[in-house]
Ligand binder design. Structure first.
Ligand SMILES: *Cc1c(COP(=O)(O)O)cnc(C)c1O
Length: 426
């Protein structure tokens, strides 16, 4: 709130495509997809129409003892599209809730199969899974976590496979193998007390768009199998085409045991999330009521009909339009647009995975800026002046635009960021 004395919040009146329109008439290119939720742009005609049709038919009904067409169809379609083996869907209404569900399911599944001593989670260094207490427990971002540490579970922390941690001469794959070896060591020591490993496949977004080689996921999958540990893939930010495939796990050719989805699931329209589970996990809960094996977890707005209907239309757009092919072309354009930054003396770790691109700014000696310097704020402020919503994560500048961005708009967005970094490093 103190920041806003100098930098007032921007009141937005309307939005269309990649553009937000403020009350004073100024336009802003939404380069971060309104915090990674938007896929096809604001006020998308098909999503608007689907929602209009659902309003006036059924807005919501409790999902206990009752169900409805959008919830059923969406679950069927998600199962058909998801990595093999994920056959069951539990709905919730935001990403953190989906993570809470996945953590509870993993522990409870182990308990149901007679492994109640498995009470520990493993989370990755730099991981982010939301900010409710359970999700924050498996989040390793000190800024969000430290204040609440006395309230949180203490998971085991495994090394991040982040490619920017490469030692001289090491490839991204080498870092992934090194991190997977460290995970093996952790599991060898603690495996019998661990119920689940939770990862953000391919990109640790909130930590600063830290990207890793898919080899890590293959090895983590194998390690979880060897130790009877549930693998939770948190695809809340990376799902729905963001990384170049519909789901990031596809690039490693793996299936997790639980997969969390939210954000793009409903195209940036409504709060909705889902946890997909394997048949083995589902079956371990399936019993007579009095056996008390059931998963008792509910949210009032679970499986909301409006959210499910708009999510179905998101999947219809993926079905009817060559979204991934178009994204490949846009990602190639974005790669070209940012390429000159690789030669900038105060830019490090230029990186990209599909429709996410990022780089870090450093001081004149090539060292990281102290976080208190808040150099990213200069980029943010300059972006607002020029009409681009850039919201650096500390000293990491990133682009994560809606898929309807044009090549010209990409050039504009990157150009404004380049101006911004000159102000930030000055
Ligand atoms: C945003 C995010 C969450 C939390 O989702 P919310 O809807 O904000 O609670 C969890 N995991 C990842 C990877 C995210 O990016």
């Amino acid at each position: 709130m103190h920041d806003h004395e100098a930098l007032p919040m921007v009141p937005i009146r309307s939005a269309r495509g990649v553009w937000l329109q403020a009350h004073d008439g100024k336009r802003y290119l939404d380069a971060i997809s309104s915090w990674w939720v938007n896929l096809f742009g604001h006020a998308h005609p098909r999503l608007d129409a689907a929602l209009r049709e659902q309003i006036g038919t059924l807005e919501h009904v409790l999902l206990a003892g009752f169900t409805h067409t959008p919830a059923i169809e969406l679950a069927e379609r998600l199962v058909a599209l998801a990595p093999n083996g994920l056959t069951r869907v539990q709905y919730a209404d935001n990403g953190s809730s989906a993570v809470e569900i996945a953590l509870k399911l993993a522990f409870h599944h182990c308990r149901n199969r007679g492994d109640a001593q498995r009470t520990q989670f493993i989370a990755l260094a730099g991981g982010y899974h939301g900010e409710t207490l359970g999700a924050l427990s498996v989040t390793d971002i000190p800024l969000y976590r430290e204040t609440y540490a006395p309230l949180l579970l203490t998971p085991l922390t495994a090394a991040s496979p982040d490619a920017s941690l490469a030692e001289p001469g090491e490839s991204a794959r080498d870092v992934a193998v090194r991190a997977a070896d460290a995970l093996d060591t952790l599991l060898a020591e603690h495996g019998a007390s661990v119920c689940a490993l939770i990862v953000e496949p391919l990109v640790q977004c909130a930590a600063g768009m830290r990207m890793h080689d898919p080899e890590y996921l293959r090895r983590a999958r194998a390690a979880c199998d060897r130790h009877g540990v549930v693998l939770i893939a948190d695809e809340i930010a990376v799902g729905f085409g963001r990384t170049g495939t519909l789901f990031a796990c596809e690039q490693a050719g793996i299936s997790p045991d639980l997969m969390c989805l939210s954000k793009g699931l409903s195209g940036g329209y409504l709060p909705l999330s889902a946890v997909l589970a394997t048949e083995a996990i589902y079956q371990s809960f399936y019993d007579e009521y009095t056996k008390l094996r059931a998963f008792l977890h509910s949210h009032s707005y679970t499986g909301n009909a409006l959210g499910c209907r708009v999510a179905l239309e998101v999947l219809n757009i993926f079905r009817d339009e060559p979204v991934l092919a178009r994204n490949h072309a846009l990602a190639a354009h974005l790669a070209n647009a940012i390429a000159p930054l690789a030669r900038h003396p105060q830019v490090r770790n230029l990186r990209q995975t599909g429709m996410i691109a990022a780089f870090d700014i450093v001081d004149a000696h090539g060292h990281a800026f102290d976080w208190r310097e808040r150099r990213g704020l200069h980029v943010y402020r300059h972006g607002l002046e020029r009409g681009v919503v850039l919201r650096p994560l500390g000293h990491t500048i990133y682009f994560m635009p809606p898929y309807c961005i044009t090549p010209d708009e990409i050039d504009f967005m990157v150009g404004v960021a380049r101006e911004g970094i000159e102000l930030a490093i000055a």
